[in-house]
Design a protein around this ligand. Structure first.
Ligand code: FES
Length: 169
């Protein structure tokens, strides 16, 4: 009975474009699969994040600063990635923090004025970190500096030392 009904419907010949048309059902299927895929990827990402260790990766606090001959006497060299000045004076080497003791801005060595200046609130320091003026409450700290077995400078930023302690080479 129903076959005869269908067979009585007029047949419409489909052109090439009409064959490629997407039906509403196909469209909704595609959307649903896409949404499920995005939700699946999101849940995988969240699960990965949940199981990965919750640690903060920071650069090592001990670093090699190279051969002492790299630094001329009476020089101040800023090591940007470590935020440390390697200061070489006739009495020896100092490793001075470049982070201002006021609010933590990174200071800059001004060779013309022969001083370290903070761009944030104007604190000024001598090359050995001694405070000259400004709101900084303390001088710039000195870090422990030593020589490795193969003769390179080694700075330990976890170990503060007195400002008079210079490394003689
Ligand atoms: S942070 Fe350097 S003076 Fe304020």
């Amino acid at each position: 009975m129903s076959e005869s009904k269908h067979s009585s419907l007029p047949r419409v010949s489909l052109s090439g474009d009409a064959v490629n048309e997407i039906t509403r059902r196909d469209f909704l299927n595609e959307i649903t699969l896409g949404a499920l895929g995005i939700a699946g990827l999101g849940s995988v990402a969240v699960t990965y994040q949940f199981f990965s260790p919750n640690v903060l990766f920071e650069p090592p606090t001990t670093f090699r600063a190279g051969n002492p001959d790299l630094y001329p006497v009476h020089s101040v060299t800023f090591l940007q990635d470590q935020q440390v000045y390697i200061v070489r004076m006739p009495e020896g080497f100092y490793a001075v923090s470049a982070v201002c003791t006021h609010l933590g801005c990174v200071t800059q060595w001004k060779p013309d004025a022969e001083m370290i200046a903070c761009p944030c609130h104007g604190s000024k320091f001598k090359s050995d970190g001694t405070k000259i003026e400004g709101p900084a409450p303390r001088p710039l700290p000195h870090f422990a500096i030593s020589l490795t077995a193969d003769g390179e400078l080694l700075v330990d930023k976890l170990q503060n030392i007195k400002s008079e302690q210079a490394l003689r080479v």
